[in-house]
Design a protein around this ligand. Structure first.
Ligand SMILES: Cc1ncc(COP(=O)(O)O)c(C=O)c1O
Length: 404
């Protein structure tokens, strides 16, 4: 018998909320102590930022970590340190947050969009080589939703074409590929600590690397071009003040203590949810290969087939699912190249060549993901209990049952 949907006034499938961020008096005390100390930031005001950077680098298995104000600036630091020059091309996916591509513009470089793979929604490595030209300098693979890209294939292409690889790991704190933490595999790995992210201080970013030269340049660029051992008013590189505060650093240190167990929980829930979803006609979870030793499910993504749900459009389905109490979202409305920034070439002061024209770009998989296919379950939901995963499935079946 059909049950009345929550969107129509029926009972919700899930009665609980999924809080985020998770914190207790540890966080409150840590931030409070910094406030009481009066040592809130540079210069010469405590070593909490450095301490957190060391902790995060060790967590990732990287030699260095450079914190900064957000996960867009961290991408920018990595690009500039990698030596991109005006007019250079950088390969990016079109199904990601704008920063992956807009930071390329901010470096006076040209984002070149390569479609995502239909099984993973990550950069389709089989299409990368066709997009490489003599101007290509770097690839930015985004581990979308926390699912690792095929790093072996991408590193192989990069090696053969002498390209730098900057991992956009904004969604991927704690996730792994073949036992290695994401972010630690390419030349540099960039993370965001914005409030929705799996590790957060409200805002913030960090970039990890093993490369001594990249580290020295990124460290300088985020600190107004100063160099280690230099004087406060000596500036060597065209940087800016991108430093974080001591309050952010201690908050991140506390949150980092929770990250591993939270990641394991999301990973467990994701595996369980995929098993359950496999039995529902019209719900197709993204494919997770054997190489993914840990998925952090910043976003759990499944493909929705409206034809198995009485042709309810995706956006309406997501509204119905949200009303049932599932923390979900319909995702990006368009692939990035459709944004006015690219369609209208609103490149302002940036030195982007006239040849960079986005009106003819069309990536069919990203188009379908945006318009009809991709449904996101958010990371706070993935921190629920296994009964909550049962509840997500119940909600989907309830909606499907109402379409008959
Ligand atoms: C894939 C991706 N890259 C980069 C960023 C930029 O991070 P921030 O918002 O901290 O600048 C985000 C933020 O949502 C993101 O999702």
């Amino acid at each position: 018998m059909n049950q009345l949907l929550a969107i129509d006034g029926g009972e919700k499938s899930l009665k609980r909320n999924f809080p985020w961020p998770i914190f207790d008096e540890q966080e409150v005390n840590a931030v409070s102590e910094v406030i009481s100390s009066g040592k809130w930031g540079n210069p010469d005001c405590g070593d909490e930022v450095e301490k957190f950077e060391k902790e995060f680098a060790a967590f990732c298995g990287s030699k260095y970590a450079v914190s900064c104000v957000n996960g867009s600036v961290s991408l920018r630091l990595a690009l500039i340190a990698c030596g991109v020059k005006p007019g250079d091309e950088v390969i990016v996916p079109p199904y990601t947050f704008i920063a992956t591509a807009s930071t390329v513009i901010e470096c006076n470089c040209v984002p070149v969009f390569v479609d995502i793979h239909p099984d993973t929604y990550n950069l389709d490595h089989t299409k990368i080589e066709a997009a490489i030209t003599s101007r290509t300098k770097a690839i930015i693979p985004v581990h979308f939703g926390g699912l690792s890209c095929d790093m072996e294939a991408i590193l192989d292409i990069a090696k053969r074409h002498n390209l730098r690889v900057i991992e956009d790991a904004a969604h991927a704190h704690g996730a792994e590929y073949k036992g290695k933490k994401l972010g630690s595999i390419g030349d540099a790995g960039s993370f965001s600590f914005q409030s929705s992210k799996n590790l957060t201080a409200g805002e913030g970013g960090i970039v990890v690397t093993d490369d001594d030269d990249l580290y020295a340049m990124m460290n300088s660029l985020r600190n107004v071009g100063r160099i280690e051992g230099g004087q406060w008013y000596d500036h060597y590189n065209p940087g800016c003040n991108y430093r974080i505060t001591q309050m952010q650093a201690v908050l991140l240190s506390q949150q980092l203590k929770r990250l591993q167990s939270q990641t394991e929980k999301r990973n467990q829930n994701g595996l369980y949810l995929t098993e359950l979803f496999k039995n529902i006609d019209g719900i197709l979870p993204l494919v997770r290969s054997e190489d993914i030793t840990m998925h952090c499910y910043h976003i759990y993504i499944f493909k929705y087939d409206a034809s198995k749900f009485g042709d309810i459009p995706k956006d309406k389905f997501v509204e119905m699912l949200a009303a049932e109490g599932v923390p979900c979202f319909k995702g990006y409305p368009h692939p990035l190249y459709k944004q006015p920034l690219f369609q209208n070439r609103n490149f302002m002061c940036y030195a982007i060549p006239e040849t960079a024209n986005y009106t003819d770009v069309f990536c069919p998989v990203a188009e379908a993901a945006c318009s009809t296919d991709a449904v996101w379950i958010l990371q706070n939901g993935m921190l629920g209990e296994s009964e909550d995963m049962d509840g997500f499935v119940h909600a989907v079946l309830k909606i499907q049952g109402s379409c008959g």
